[in-house]
Design a protein around this ligand. Structure first.
Ligand code: ADP
Ligand code: MG
Ligand code: MG
Length: 928
């Protein structure tokens, strides 16, 4: 059996891999191969597969290396041949980078080592060859630092301290000002630090350096930052990272060399007015993103806009920060042509890394660029217009969940104009954020945990800050450009970010920053505009965003391709209006009980509850069904009569209030359907549980506190979610159902075109339905006759009890529609209390017992089966049965896809998730 191929070569105009092989070669490796195959100037190298990484974890490092060592030696030989250099010896020493790269890009998550292969001997040869001692020493000190940090875990700042000390003693500020002598001192100090921290001398054998480098990259796959990143981004099922070993090219070899990163379109807005990117002359690798020096722009136009925003004069800009277009026009032209070519080739916006060595351009990376949701939408819409992609591809290209970013507020213009502007940084990730300043990631997490909204303020961010960045409303940094860690990660998270606000003087020790004479301390409110880079003192008011433009166009396309309807869950005219604006085609769930809590309605309802049981008992005792009959039967019993009239009084008070609510909602719906659920929660939820509240209620009702206490106790349930609620209430207190239905019918008579649908909650047995349906049909007929209006109102039920799902054929005899209440169905189907499951569900998900929290993502294997079964059984009885879902899952993309698959008619979700559901539904239809 031939040994498995663990290493793929690229370079010399050829490549063994392609862009399609991301799973095996990682994104970086697959795209390097693709670019090399296209004949672009890619430094040659090879990729060790993700399968090798997986073996590393299965077999251990020793076995892995013996498994791949033959292929590794061969690949190195080939690399030497292609480059004409030799690894670790000879007059033209070969230096390589060792780069990580998984199938999904994880910026900054794993570690890269540059300049590997340097030692005193190769340094000498390289100085001989290049005649540039300064450059060689600069590369060597970088190598010691990176190898020490990444491979051996020597803290980065131990090296930084030494570097700073040397710079200070020589009174210089920039790394580029370090001369040969200074660099030699830095190297001596670095070697000392290395020996001190690792207990070993710096390894001079390049083969051992390489092996250790590969080992470290594989090891970094499971470092805490990488694990956290995968968790936060829900990245699963990958084999591991690939390792790319690639010939070094040097952007730090002098003034005719440079390194940079660029986007083929603006990753914040999606615009492509010019070529977006940044570069630094005489710099290496991550200098651009590390925020050590101020990066320069690629194009003259971009450079001028940047200078304007930073208050840099044109003369100063040209002298100190010229664009690549101005500084190296020929290279710029070549790079611009590659940009156009790559975008056409990949048919998507690309994020590029390049290096210029002595005037020669090299491409070091390309990938589909991370972008904000706004940019994603604009790019997709533009690319359809440009003929690069089809409408369907455009719809499929946008992550439904990301639309959330576009639905959230931006600053009110006037409020922003009035706000005190502290400074302007770079508009790194758009949106508006207001919060209290905190100065460390840990604090951001802790404050957010307490429910506070915070802005994370850092000199610059690093991968360790991920958790804090995620917890913060916005991120503010003093250093770094548009491609700095903070900017890239914030855009990925859809979080507002202002980066590189150079005027900020951040003091971590005293937890404050000062800027242009103002001090902001921990806990002070500040506001960020991620679209302009402005930083304001205090909190600035926000408004809803614009839903037209590219967003509107994408939604239109989504509607063109989706087959699933999208409704909303809304209890008020306001929420209804918002949802209709977001494209809701009706209401899938109105919860009437929410209306009972508003204002003094609760008083009317409590009055009713106070006597409800008495009335019920009287009815049972007399064997009377109706209140009229009961009144006659108890004539003379003053107490009984009083209770009955108080009960009726409560109902009378509630009727017009409910009617008004429904009228408002029907008006907001403008002829769209509206599913209304009858009273659902247990009665004790409407009573005060604390002593003060009970005293107050007693006062309002004019009864003794003891009576209220007794009432609360008598309504107490051990397991209220399985208690006296849902249609069980309607069966015990039919007058409440009657009142609600009357309010619905009367409201429908008043608002032309209204289309109510009445939904009976929590049925588990078809007889519960028949009993409630009798009342509902009777009231509809009564109102219809009284108002002389024909009312056609569908009567249906929630499917939220497993028994209802498995007897759906019977249920469908009575119900004209089903709406899957998947919150309760999950609770009862999995046996997880919604209120208590938080204690263990996290662990369950972590251990993979459930793939996702089943309350967030529908458990398709279990609860989904109940849904499917109910769909089949229900439609068997009633082929035109209307089916929807109104649980939280109705706005969750994976669950929406499931609903499409099992043939529901619509999903219903909270207003802000309506656009997400529309897009998810379209994607489900396109993936069919
Ligand atoms: P990341 O995944 O963090 O972007 P990379 O592997 O892309 O890490 O490398 C980090 C930096 O080093 C990038 O700026 C990249 O362009 C640069 N780099 C990587 N390999 C080489 C090389 N062979 N020659 C020159 N620069 C390199
Ligand atoms: Mg990196
Ligand atoms: Mg990179």
């Amino acid at each position: 059996m031939a040994a498995r191929k663990y290493i793929y070569f690229f370079g010399g105009g050829k490549a063994e891999g392609t862009a399609e092989m991301k799973g095996l070669l990682g994104g970086k490796g697959a795209n390097l191969a693709e670019m090399a195959g296209l004949g672009l100037p890619v430094p040659p190298g090879f990729t060790i597969t993700t399968e090798a990484c997986s073996e590393y974890y299965h077999l251990g490092r020793k076995k892995l290396f013996s498994l791949i060592s033959g292929q590794l030696d061969k690949s190195l030989k080939k690399l030497e041949k292609v480059t004409g250099k030799t690894f670790g010896r000879g007059p033209r020493p070969l230096l390589v980078s060792v780069r990580s790269g998984a199938a999904v890009s994880m910026p900054g998550m794993m570690d890269t080592v540059l300049n590997l292969g340097l030692n005193p001997e190769t340094c000498r040869a390289l100085i001989e060859q290049t005649g540039n001692e300064r450059f060689v020493l600069d590369s060597y000190r970088r190598f010691i630092q990176m190898f020490g940090d990444v491979v051996m875990g020597v803290p980065h700042h131990h090296f930084e301290q030494e570097l700073d000390a040397v710079k200070r003693s020589r009174r210089i500020q920039l790394d580029t000002e370090l001369d040969i002598d200074a660099l030699q001192e830095v190297i001596r100090r670095y070697e000392k630090i290395y020996r001190r921290d690792t207990g070993k001398a710096f390894p001079t054998d390049p083969k051992r350096q390489l092996q250790a480098g590969i080992d470290a990259v594989f090891g970094s796959w499971n470092n805490p930052r990488a694990i956290k990143y995968r968790q936060l981004n829900d990245i699963r099922g990958l084999k591991g990272t690939a390792v790319n070993v690639q010939t070094m090219v040097f952007g730090n070899s002098g003034e005719n060399s440079a390194t940079g990163v660029a986007f083929t379109r603006d990753p914040s807005t999606g615009e492509h007015r010019y070529f977006y990117g940044e570069y630094l002359i005489n710099a290496q690798g991550e200098d651009v993103v590390a925020g050590i020096r101020t990066p320069q722009q690629i194009t003259r136009r971009g450079s001028r806009e940047w200078a304007k925003s930073q208050n840099v004069s044109e003369a100063e800009r040209r002298k100190k920060y010229p664009s690549l277009e101005e500084a190296m026009p020929a290279v710029f032209k070549e790079l611009d042509a590659i940009r156009v070519r790559l975008e056409k080739h990949y048919r998507d916006m690309q994020d590029l890394e390049f290096t210029i060595e002595d005037g020669t351009l090299y491409m070091l990376q390309t990938r589909n660029g991370k972008r904000t949701a706004a940019a994603a939408v604009k790019i997709a819409v533009d690319m359809v217009k440009e003929g690069l992609i089809s409408e369907k591809q455009a719809v499929l290209r946008i992550e439904p969940q990301s639309l959330d970013q576009l639905l959230h507020p931006v600053f009110i213009k006037e409020a922003e104009e009035k706000a005190v502007r502290l400074t302007v940084g770079l508009p790194a990730s758009p949106g508006a954020a207001t919060g209290q300043a905190v100065f460390s990631a840990a604090e951001a997490e802790a404050w957010a945990e307490e429910g506070k909204q915070v802005i994370l303020c850092r000199i610059e961010t690093s991968p360790e800050d991920i958790g804090g960045m995620n917890a913060a409303r916005g991120i503010l940094t003093a250093r770094g450009g548009m491609t700095s860690h903070a900017a890239v990660v914030a855009r990925g998270m859809g979080k507002c970010c202002v980066a590189g606000a150079g005027a900020l003087n951040i003091d971590y020790r005293d937890k404050k920053f000062s800027v242009n004479g103002t001090a902001v301390r921990e806990g002070d409110w500040i506001s960020l505009n991620g679209s302009t880079g402005a930083v304001y003192a205090g909190s600035v008011e926000t408004v809803a965003p614009k839903l037209s433009g590219p967003f509107g166009q994408i939604m239109k396309l989504a509607d063109k391709y989706r087959r699933l309807g999208v409704r909303t869950n809304a209890d008020t005219p306001h929420d209804t209006t918002v949802a209709v604006k977001f494209g809701a085609e009706g209401i899938g769930l109105t919860r009437t009980e929410h209306m009972f809590f508003e204002g003094d309605r609760i008083v009317s309802f409590r009055r009713l509850i106070l006597v409800a049981e008495t009335v019920k008992r009287l009815k049972d005792d007399c064997g009377c069904a109706g209140l009229k009959e009961l009144k006659k039967a108890v004539a003379g019993n003053k107490q009984a009569l009083e209770a009955i009239s108080q009960y009726q009084q409560g109902l009378r008070e509630l009727l017009p209030l409910q009617r008004r609510d429904f009228e408002g909602i029907f008006r907001a719906l403008k002829g769209r359907p509206c599913t209304i659920r009858l009273l659902d929660p247990p009665l004790h939820e409407f009573l005060p549980q604390d002593a003060a509240g009970q005293k107050e209620m007693a006062g309002v009702m004019g009864v003794k506190v003891s009576r209220i206490k007794y009432l609360v106790e008598s309504l107490h349930e051990f397991n209220p979610m399985l208690g006296h609620r849902g249609c069980r209430l309607g069966i015990t207190y039919p007058e409440v159902t009657e009142m609600q239905v009357r309010a619905i019918c009367e409201a429908a008579c008043r608002v032309a075109g209204s289309r109510p649908e009445i939904m009976i909650p929590l049925a588990g047995n078809v007889k519960e339905l028949s009993s409630q349906k009798q009342i509902i049909e009777r009231v509809i007929a009564e109102v219809s006759a009284a108002k002389k209006k024909k009312l056609s109102i569908l009567i249906g039920t929630m499917i939220e009890i497993p028994r209802a799902a498995v007897t759906a054929d019977e249920i469908a005899r009575e119900a004209e529609f089903f709406s899957f209440g998947t919150n309760d169905l999950t609770q009862m189907g999995c046996g997880f209390s919604r209120d208590d499951a938080g204690k263990f569900l996290g662990e369950y998900v972590q251990k993979g017992i459930y793939e996702y929290d089943p309350f967030q993502v529908l458990d398709q294997d279990g609860i989904g089966k109940l849904v499917e079964m109910a769909v089949k059984l229900g439609r068997k009885t009633r082929p035109d049965l209307k089916l929807g879902i109104c649980g939280e899952h109705g706005g969750e993309p994976r669950s929406v896809e499931f609903c499409h698959r099992v043939g529901l008619n619509y999903v219903s979700c909270s207003p802000f998730r309506v656009p997400i559901a529309r897009l998810a539904a379209a994607q489900a239809a396109l993936r069919d």
